[in-house]
Design a binder for this molecule. Sequence first.
Ligand SMILES: [Zn+2]
Length: 420
Amino acid sequence: MSSQTSTSVLILAGRLADGLGGASRADQAVLVEAGRIRAVGSREAMRRQVAPEVEVVDLGAACLAPGLIDSHTHLSLAGDGRPYTEMFAETDEMMVLTGALNLRRHLAAGITTIREHGARNRVGFTLKEGLARGYIPGPRMQVSGRPITCTGGHFHMCNEIADGEEEIRRSVRRLVHEGADYIKIMASGGGTAGTIPGRASYETAELRAAVHEARAFGRLTAAHCRARESMLRAVEAGIDLMEHAEFLDPDDQLRFDPKIAEMMAASGIWISPTLQAWTRYPRIVELRTRRDAEILSPDESTELETLEARAELRLDVMRRMLDYGVRDRVVPGTDSGVASLAFGHLDYDLQLLVRAGFTPGEALVSATRLSAEAIGMGSEIGTVAPGKAADLVAFDGDPTVDVGAFSRVVAVFQAGQRVR
Ligand SMILES: [Zn+2]
């Protein structure tokens, strides 16, 4: 290894979980050159191989892993509990500043790649350009620009309204022209006032038009599907990644549908169940913390019980979905920005995946290697392997056996540069 330059760094770690799925290994080292992983091996062997002048970063007992990937964020929204009407009353300029803060929070939590899943006007594109210019720190970012939605549909405030196949094709072309890395389409209602989460908002033919046009430009598609009916149509249309997948009916009840689950499994569609969003998990965590400190009021105690019971309904649907052998098609997504979902907490979704039946090691693979594949970046990120970008996170504890470790980030590297 004679070509080592001043851009090389040897990272030593007590353990390494490489994202490929096996057990973590003790006393490992990762050699990074010019932002990419050059070699991975035992601490001793690597120390013997590398030139003495190469910089060494010793992470002690920490466990090194691939940087985490969040396939579902809304950077322009603060996640501070305000309703959409108030959040969208902000100017585009304030939304960009909100995004800059959110990017920093996610990066500090070990999330080194995100999808920006829909913002108003040019806010998403501007944030990506700001990152590219180095004006603001943040994870790598794929941008959808604006989500395509029907007249009056979920997130219509973002200003990419399209009805019918022709308008949808035009929207895809416009977004790609403006810089969209992938296409996000709202296949059902959602939290936006005046929409019905349990109702599909596009016909299969309309979704198919989006998929067809996106593929013509080499772009992947992601569809917001809360309604059971929208899930069926998304599979029929060939959507690449299904968001939420709640099996929701128009009466707002979750009704698991084995036939749709079977179709999803057979199609190989990626599934992002956004568990912390539906379960209002940040509030559950807050109330649990108060309970543990013995300062929970009787009202709060009732609220916690209600939320926990409600969460179980959603987790039960998830468990039944997993019975169809889709475990290696599930990726975590936070939906950060929306409602009270503050940035910096992919760990919450990983905790919930474990509650739904994943092992901690499977949760790690889901948030790294599988997420990278789901967003079309599998050759670039997602595992600690030679040739990959050196996006890495180190935890206090081994995340392949202890899901709590995901909440204890001690170091973050982006293309080999330590950013935390
Ligand atoms: Zn969302």
